[in-house]
Design a protein around this ligand. Structure first.
Ligand code: ADP
Ligand code: MG
Length: 155
């Protein structure tokens, strides 16, 4: 399994790395984000979703309480624009508050893996996720105040 590692030194740098990752994704794809609370998983997702044209960085906020945010280009806003037909929806799921071991169906999230989308999941180990989709595993570690080590592995 090929993996690559890099270190970021600021929030902005992590967002920029997220944009690079997002630009390289083709739907459908499942991105699993592991790492401690406050390490930068949502920050990285801002870059991923913005590179895919699904949302601006500022629109991407933590779905900790709602479990899932869906970002997609609003066809009314983008009428006629190429982006409206080419940008895949991005689901941002945060399972931090999921207490017991459950599956996506129990949580009403089965649709998330049924359309041609990019699905980003924080705290993926809270669930059993079965999918035939390509999976990108990302681990973020805290090194120092503003420094993070990001490891990316693809199947
Ligand atoms: P998580 O989703 O993993 O709980 P967040 O992305 O919500 O974490 O929060 C990360 C916090 O750490 C933010 O306040 C962000 O500004 C800060 N931060 C500082 N340095 C970095 C960095 N290099 N990469 C990502 N976030 C950073
Ligand atoms: Mg988060």
């Amino acid at each position: 399994m090929p993996s690559r590692k890099f270190v970021t030194h600021s929030t902005e740098e992590t967002i920029a790395r997220g944009r690079e990752i997002g630009a390289g994704l083709k739907p459908p794809a499942l991105v699993l984000l592991r790492g401690d609370l406050g390490v930068g998983k949502t920050t990285l997702t801002k870059g991923i979703a913005s590179a895919l044209g699904a949302a601006s960085e500022d629109e991407v906020t933590s779905p900790t309480f709602t479990l899932v945010h869906k970002y997609e280009v609003n066809p009314n806003v983008q009428a006629g624009a190429a982006a409206a037909t080419t940008a895949p929806p991005v689901y941002h799921v945060d399972l931090y508050r999921v207490g017991d071991f459950r599956d996506l169906e129990t949580l009403g999230l089965e649709d998330v893996l049924s359309e041609n989308a990019i699905v980003v999941v924080e705290w993926p180990d809270k669930l059993s996720i079965r999918t035939e989709w390509p999976v990108i595993r990302i681990h973020i570690e805290h090194i120092a105040e503003d420094e993070r080590r990001i490891t990316i592995a693809t199947d």
